[in-house]
Design a protein around this ligand. Structure first.
Ligand code: NAP
Length: 319
């Protein structure tokens, strides 16, 4: 589903100066926009793709309060419409340059050529799937290697796929795939899953989901498309080949902290360091959601980060 305004993408909004510029229109960015708009601040959200962020990579959401079980696209659209209610403006492009000459004036340059000025910036650029880094991975992207079950699962109807990882994403996406494919084999590098118990229980009960424990992928092989994985048991050292039709990789996240890393403090993995008010090491720059150092990465915690960032920004910079 695409719900960005194509006209806005071409021309951009009329204004070039805002109180707050939010970079990223996922749950954190749209949560921040709702609070910023409601606080009476002029607010621009800049998004390089479409609104929704990582929500769009999943099928349904079961843990966002008030909605029970809701289609993820629909929830993303509701967030966008809610931000619209309070006058949020949008532009579509990637931030390629920041200029922070003056504490009260920050310039944000987009790859579409437009430049915006604001007093406050909230970085809500999220995170992207981490890569395995094995031979064959890049070569077979879209030819059997995928990082998104909702996007690519349908290509593997009645086939055998492997999911790599043991966290919430790996198990959640395996459950989704099990409704489409013949068999899902979860390959995990340890003998225990990291995913929450409720997901684990569902996976263990699912007759279409198998597990290979204590095993890592050494290589992804094929001709025109993926045909097999070379696996190694980390306990015995034994190497074997497993024929597969597809491989879905869910081994965690890399922060989308891109050019912002040059300005604000990050940890060794590039996640932005904030205090509990979402303030970064630079005055007037906040970070919210998966792009920052935090221990619980959920839609609800991303929205909450956004709300905190915008509320503190309003109090500190516009009272
Ligand atoms: P994660 O929680 O960091 O789990 C990553 C998994 O991949 C771990 O099991 C890890 O193994 C494994 N792994 C990491 N690097 C690997 C490598 N190089 N080779 C093989 N395996 C590797 O990441 P995630 O599952 O993507 O979740 C990210 C965040 O989103 C989490 O905070 C999660 O709770 C949240 N999330 C929540 C939901 C939900 O609530 N339904 C759904 C999706 C994601 P070890 O266990 O050995 O470290």
């Amino acid at each position: 589903m695409v719900f960005f305004d194509l006209e806005a993408k071409k021309t951009g909004p009329e204004k070039t100066e805002y109180d707050v510029i939010i970079i990223g229109a996922g749950p954190a960015g749209l949560g921040a926009a709702i609070y910023s708009g409601r606080a009476g601040l002029s607010t621009l959200v800049v998004e390089k793709n479409i609104e929704g962020g990582q929500i769009l990579l999943t099928d349904v959401m079961e843990n966002y309060p008030g909605y029970g079980i809701i289609n993820s696209n629909e929830l993303a659209q509701k967030f966008k419409e809610h931000a619209d209610l309070f006058g949020t403006e949008f532009d579509y492009g990637e931030v390629v340059k920041l200029e922070l000459d003056n504490e009260n004036s920050k310039l944000v340059h987009l790859d579409n050529g437009r430049v915006y000025k604001s007093k406050v910036i909230i970085i809500a650029t999220g995170a992207s799937p981490r890569k395995l880094g094995v031979p064959g991975e890049d070569e077979f992207i879209s030819k059997g290697v995928s990082y998104c079950a909702v996007c690519d699962g349908a290509f593997f109807a009645n086939k055998n796929v492997v999911v790599i990882g043991g966290g919430d994403s790996a198990v959640d996406e395996s459950l989704y795939l099990s409704r489409i494919v013949s068999k899902v084999t979860i390959i995990h590098r340890r003998d225990k899953l990291r995913a929450v118990k409720s997901l684990q229980e569902k996976a263990f009960k699912n007759p279409r989901i198998d597990f290979i424990w204590d095993t890592v992928v050494k290589e992804i092989k094929g001709n025109d498309k993926v045909e097999a994985l070379v696996l190694q048991n980390v306990k015995t050292g034994k190497i074997e080949e497993l024929p597969v039709d597809g491989v879905f990789i869910f081994i965690g996240l890399e922060p989308n902290s891109g050019i912002f890393k040059d300005f604000v403090e990050t940890d060794e993995n590039g996640f932005i360091i904030t205090n509990e008010d979402m303030e970064t090491s630079v005055k007037g720059i906040f970070a919210a959601g998966d792009v920052r150092v935090k221990s619980v990465r959920q839609v609800i915690t991303a929205v909450s980060d956004g709300a905190i960032a915008a509320t503190i920004a309003a109090r500190k910079y516009f009272d």
